[in-house]
Design a protein around this ligand. Structure first.
Ligand code: FE2
Ligand code: FE2
Length: 393
């Protein structure tokens, strides 16, 4: 039937060029359309509805946890709103503007107050929305000095501390939500960076389902890279982790660097090995004209030993302050999951006149989550913007 209809449709229009019956047919068509009572679109009303929706969404996201939620948090884990459909980023544009009241350019020489201002500025741009019941997506606007024009708005999806674990479904479920979000195309992501602790105990933790979810993500964004975390050395076979991840599109840049060409601009991506079990090599190959991003698992691997030209250091490991209540033989001994819990649990820090540092919350809940009621685990999205006038190339 479809073929017949299609053929008659074609012949109809070819023949009507000659006898003028096409005009008659079109006139009939126009008459029949004009008789339809189509509703008129009220764009003011639509705009109003969108604004109301965005405000409502914002109030839900920013609403403090109720007493009941705080109580549940004590017994179940960090508070997070119930899972709901992922919000469309466009709906959040209004609340985002209100949350980012100013964008102060960095100066070449930052004094202490200016550093605090930059830190507060990037922290104030945080926009958090629920990924699942237990995790969130943290979005930040990240000021980069002398950012080339082609990198303005460049977006990095930062994953860390996934801690796949044999027999545990949750990490795969969390990643499935991230992959689903990427596949919707609601948020353009240019680069995916994974800063270690992919597994928990052994390479077997990285099962087929885990790899499938990672593959979904690298299918959407082929520029996906990883470095090792301390847990990836469990089983003494980080190369196996690396090989498996390579097969699903996550490239190993452990103690390597790779230069990405984005339009006319270049982005130098430097991977540094884990501080505990790896052999961290400070980055030496830096791009003077582009921007330099360092990816490492533990900030200890590079803290205090990084070149001045580094723009951004992305790390993880601390899970934003998870704590072991007992450690080996010492029952009830509280042990922070990092050497310096005070400095390493800071989400954002300004390490030099040029260098910003971000410590990731991690996607896993591993020990007791003293990360605060408002800071559940999750993933981070960093959007780069020029802190000084955009460099003309
Ligand atoms: Fe971890
Ligand atoms: Fe770690």
């Amino acid at each position: 039937m479809g073929t017949v209809t299609e053929a008659s449709f074609d012949s109809h229009f070819h023949q009507d060029d000659r006898n003028g019956s096409e005009n008659q047919h079109l006139a009939q068509l126009v008459n029949s359309i004009s008789e339809l009572s189509l509703p008129r679109l009220d764009f003011n009303q639509l705009l109003h509805e969108q604004l109301e929706k965005a405000k409502e969404l914002k109030s839900r996201i920013l609403a403090p946890p109720t007493f009941g939620e705080r109580f549940l948090n004590l017994i179940e884990g960090p508070w997070a709103p119930a899972a709901r459909d992922l919000p469309d980023r466009r709906d959040l544009a209004v609340s985002r503007q209100e949350l980012t009241p100013f964008r102060k350019p960095c100066r070449d020489k930052l004094d202490v107050s200016a550093r605090i201002a930059v830190k507060q500025q990037v922290a104030a741009s945080e926009h958090r929305w629920p990924l699942t019941r237990w995790s969130s997506v943290y979005e930040y606007d990240v000021p980069i000095q002398k950012l080339p024009r082609d990198l303005h708005g460049f977006t990095v999806l930062h994953l860390s501390d996934i801690h796949f674990l044999k027999g545990c479904e949750r990490p795969c479920e969390e990643l499935a939500q991230v992959a689903k979000f990427l596949e919707t195309g609601r948020r353009k992501v240019d680069l995916i960076l994974l800063s270690g602790d992919v597994i928990t105990r052994s390479p077997e933790d990285l099962n087929k389902e885990a790899l499938r979810q990672l593959h979904r993500m690298s299918d959407v964004c082929p520029q996906s890279f990883m470095v090792y975390g301390n847990h990836d050395y469990h089983g003494h076979m980080p190369a196996i982790i690396s090989k498996k991840l390579e097969e699903v599109g996550f490239h190993d840049i452990n103690n390597h660097h790779i230069k990405l060409k984005i339009g006319q601009a270049s982005l130098n991506l430097i991977g540094v090995d884990d501080a505990y079990f790896g052999d961290p090599t400070p980055p030496t190959v830096l791009d003077k004209d582009g921007i330099n991003i360092v990816l490492t698992h533990n900030l200890d691997a590079i803290r205090g030993n990084f070149p001045a030209d580094v723009d951004l250091i992305l790390s993880g490991h601390t899970h934003w302050g998870e704590v072991k209540i007992f450690d080996g033989s010492s029952l009830m001994r509280i042990w922070g999951y990092c050497d310096n819990i005070n400095s390493h649990t800071k989400q954002w820090d300004v390490l030099s006149d040029r260098t910003l540092s971000f410590v990731h919350p991690g996607l896993a809940r591993y020990y007791v989550p003293f990360r605060g009621l408002r800071h559940p685990p999750g993933v981070a999205i960093h959007s780069l913007y020029a802190a000084s006038p955009i460099t003309e190339l």
